[in-house]
Ligand binder design. Structure first.
Ligand SMILES: [Zn+2]
Length: 153
């Protein structure tokens, strides 16, 4: 903040505290996200989806029985509430990163909850960059998940 940051910095430096300033607005935050997603995808329900970080390799697999856009809205709500429990909100706040909510990919569609949870867990297990936030799956299935996930990927 102009005027205030400098004064605080001066006082801290007098106490031998090193001071660095960080802009609140970054170049990245000024550009609109590329290619807004098709509305048809956002209306799909019973989906397993993948959200990527725009700043690093972090990805998150989630599932919702409702429409994809509802699932996305919940992630945004968790972020705005500083709810650090969900992996996505935690990643955003911990690293000051942005998730690419305009390009959430549907990676599977399945009406059955257990099958959706299993698919989510398989994809998360397989992906080295994924935030792990899924049901526990037995070791035998983990090796299967790492080997190959047919149909979906
Ligand atoms: Zn990131």
């Amino acid at each position: 903040m102009r005027g205030i940051s400098e004064r605080i910095g001066r006082v801290l430096r007098q106490q031998q505290v090193k001071v660095a300033y960080k802009p609140q607005i970054t170049i990245n935050s000024l550009f609109p996200r590329p290619k807004a997603q098709k509305e048809a995808d956002r209306s799909q329900s019973g989906v397993v989806y993948k959200i990527s970080c725009t700043n690093c390799d972090f990805v998150y697999y989630g599932q919702t029985e409702r429409q994809l856009k509802t699932g996305i809205a919940e992630h945004n709500k968790a972020i705005s509430l500083f709810d650090h429990n969900p992996k996505v909100a935690y990643h955003v706040h911990e690293n000051s990163h942005h998730m690419d909510f305009s390009n959430v990919k549907v990676v599977g569609q399945e009406g059955n909850l257990q099958e959706r949870l299993f698919l989510e867990a398989c994809l998360s297990t397989k992906d080295q960059n994924a935030g792990k936030d899924h049901i526990a799956i037995a070791e035998v299935y983990k090796s299967l998940a790492r080997a190959k996930v047919p149909r979906y990927v």
